[in-house]
Design a protein around this ligand. Sequence first.
Ligand code: CS2
Length: 481
Amino acid sequence: MNAVPTALGSLPALDRNLKPLPKAPVRIVHLGLGAFHRSHQAWYTQHAGDAGEWGIAAFTGRRPDAAAALSGQDCLYTLVERSAGGDSFEVIGSIVEAVDGADVGRLCELVAAKETAIVTLTITEAAYGLAADGTFDADAPGVADDLRALSAAASGGPRAEGQGVPRTPVGRLVLALAGRRDSGGGPIAVVSCDNLSANGEVARRAVLGLASGWGPGLVEWIGANVSFVSTSVDRITPRTTEEDVAEVAEQCGYSDCSPVVAEPFRNWVLSGDFPAGRPRWEDAGAIFVDDIEPYENRKLWLLNGSHSILAYAGQLRGHATVAEALADPVCRQAVEDFWDEAAHHLHGEALDIPAYRQALLERFGNARIAHRLAQIAADATTKLRMRSVPVLTAERIAGRSGAGSALMLAAWIDYVVAGNDFQDPLASEIRAAVALEGTERLQALLRLVSAALADDPDVVALVSRLCGSFATNTAATPART
Ligand code: CS2
């Protein structure tokens, strides 16, 4: 037994000696080893009836840290399920290999293997590199370099070190799919688990766009052999804190340097084919449907949309977490108004919107989950396209103002104009727009989210009227992380 010195004295290290969970063979490759993957897809895989047949090899995104931390404990980690009433703890063992995303060689080896049936993705909304209108954007950050790298790799000639190795997750996936084609690995499913509408279609467009760098042969092979599955994923997973690590040591009696905290609620809706098989995720509560759009929109608009309102409005009003912001009547009203608008465009009894809204109020109100608004505020330009624009557009087509969804845009504009910290794939464009004045500034910011809205003078006037709605007596608080 390995012992680790902790604040509580020497504790046994979490590994497969301490917790002898079986190590399933790798049949799923995951890109984007982060807390959400560990609280969601890894949990569902562990709870599938045939879990013993399905191991996950998970690759990190930009940094190797998560892979190093997990590898140090045989890829085991504790899932802390945090309800309003208390915490419960479960060791998850479905991830069997944790790899630095830069290890493209290992990715290619695993994706080429016949046994690998599925590639799941949580690479963030922004990483699909598509333009605001959803088309493939060859100029998106990293895409042009990867197109060149893939073209160099396809030519197969001698290359300088690093040449021919893509750096974006989609570029790496395309290289690995080329390897699968060459090895005769056969058809495979790619399953996007990012919060994008029609995420399977988005993934297909991004993969085919980058595969064009390789050449038409690969594009055709992907078209015939790769099934792009669409999913709607849900589980609130705040960032793990030092206190969470200490709590696991105290409550579980072992040392886990990488636990994950999540709410008890979880949901997974999937639509599409798995040509090489899949775990029986339905045993764990996953739902397979023919038409995913209504579920996707319900989740993206009602949950993620209200998250974005709370992220900007809440921080402007001095709040740090979702629960704090929701307890503020001004923010709560903004959420309810947006939900009323979104509900006009969510049909079908199965969606049970009133119950879904009620459940969201309870989930967001769980103050034991410290879900930080600054975490949600990231990547606004990509998120708002999915969360505000469709509802606002549909409201205006229906002859209504769309003020509830426009308020989300106004709150974001106020947030960046007030000089708060932000992270965004269009950060430099946002900064350039903020440097402008008046309507020009507002229009330039709106254009980064939707050109059609920025070109509509009525929408510009509406958003302009709504700016300042969340002003408090004090200056906006800088983003806290
Ligand atoms: C959040 C999501 O950060 C965000 O943008 O809205 O991560 C949200 O917590 C999850 O989608 C919940 O399932």
